[in-house]
Design a protein around this ligand. Structure first.
Ligand code: THU
Length: 125
């Protein structure tokens, strides 16, 4: 929720924050960063992943991640990780816990693998 306050989102006005815990116990956060050229913008979840990999290197593994989104007036809006973020999350653990905040203040908890059935896996021949 603190990470969401850092969001740069002048276009959607949706402030999204993500905080993940790595398997080594460290916490990394990210927020959405939008751009006038819309596809250039990025999601909070992938910003947090980039921060974790930058800090821990390629051995980074995901234990859990929480995601929350807020309107400009501070009210919580429904959010769940977008498709691209689901693929990014499952890369670092199929059984990590993903929690996302609901407008009523409750959290939905689900495993990364359950968020993206039939996901793409790169098999080296
Ligand atoms: N957004 C995220 O940060 N994470 C998601 O999983 C869904 C969408 C952001 C991207 C954009 O800045 C805004 O929410 C509206 O799509």
């Amino acid at each position: 929720m603190q990470a969401a306050q850092r969001a740069y989102s002048p276009y959607s006005r949706l402030r999204v924050g993500a905080a993940l815990r790595s398997c080594s116990g460290q916490v990394y956060t990210g927020c959405n960063v939008e751009n006038a050229a819309f596809p250039v913008g990025g999601c909070a979840e992938r910003a947090a992943i980039a921060s974790a990999v930058q800090a821990e290197g390629p051995d980074f593994r995901l234990a859990e991640i929480a995601v929350a989104a807020f309107a400009s007036d501070g009210t919580a809006l429904p959010v769940s990780p977008c498709g691209a973020c689901r693929q990014a999350l499952v890369e670092f653990c199929v059984t990590a816990r993903v929690s996302f905040l609901q407008p009523d203040g409750t959290w939905i908890d689900v495993e990364t693998g359950a968020l993206l059935p039939y996901r793409f896996v790169f098999e080296n021949s």
